[in-house]
Design a protein. Sequence first.
Length: 420
Amino acid sequence: MVSAEEGAMPGERTFVIVGAGLAGAKAAETLRAEGFTGRIALIGSEPELPYERPPLSKGLLLGTAGHADALVHDADWYAQHDVELRTATTVTAIDVDKHRVRLSPGDDLGYDRLLLATGASPRTLDVPGAGLANVCCLRTLAESDRIGAAVQAGSRLVVVGSGWIGLEVAAAARHRGATVTVVTPAAMPLHAVLGDRLAPIFTALHQEHGVEFRFGTRVRELRGGPDVAQVVLDDHTTVNADLVLVAIGVTPNTALAERAGLPVDDGVLVDRQLRTAEKDVFAAGDVANVDHPLLRTRLRVEHWDTALRSGPVAARAMLDREAVWDRLPYFFTDQYDLGMEYAGWVPPGAHAEVVIRGDEQAREFIAFSTVGGRVAAGMNVNVWDVTDQIQALVLAGLDGHTVDPARLADPEVALTELLP
């Protein structure tokens, strides 16, 4: 293995990207599209080519997509664009003073600029029996394959957690004929995100499709051997299981940055250009905690859209181009016959009023969250081609623009008429 200095032509720069997921792959793509001719090393710990994660809980489990559909680029793309892709390779240390990274095979790689796109890891259960076979999380292609193989007609799935990933897997499992029980300490699924008005919609949706909920309880113990067989809850009741999916959130992968002395607080701290405290080190995707210029707060967003779009922003910033991360949070979900998009951000602790436009009972509506008369976020359910208008209303709200709630709720009033 040659060093960056030995492998590069005189005057040629080396950009190293740690994390070969969507954010890292899109950063590499953007570097080439922006005319960078230097060396690009894209390093990922998984053996697969860079891929997108939404299909893991959607198309791959439903059987409507295959591995190739999840790939960011096909295998030939990396060679054709002279991107040095190293899979099954882990970066174990960063020396920011010497501008070098240490790789798991034991060699070093020098860099002129470095992008951290290390993502996040699922939280695990800390209870007796958590190490039993068929207790899993969902973050990788291999884990999606494992779940898909185990979830069949007649099998029993217990989902621990009632967030987006858990509910998407529950929907896919019911589609495949499995029995599904969701265990959550919350009063309703997604309650912390959607609140009292909107969370019941997802409760009813899943109950109509045969999902059983165990609300207000936690897992006390997992029993079985070698495979999990029973989930014991706080009230000492048990749920039989052939597979347990732990879907209780993720933790940003900041250990590498911490060891390098980079400031970390719920992610790697970066400015609006996604630059860390070290001028030649950047971070993007799930691991980046951004000083957001529009929302005027620090924010770390774990969704697909952030990975897709922040990688290119970081790449342009690495090239000293005009690049600022100012995108509003956006995410989507598909569960059964319900498709949803959400854009915007409601500040923690803010008193938000919900305004509904459309038919809530038919699950064809837009739900706006307003704070002080300003639109802070919007969620469109089975209503399409409105995301741009919703985001425009949120941006206007950030500038102080208020909206009459009666007009906001009136489908006869075009959303564009509500803009300043």
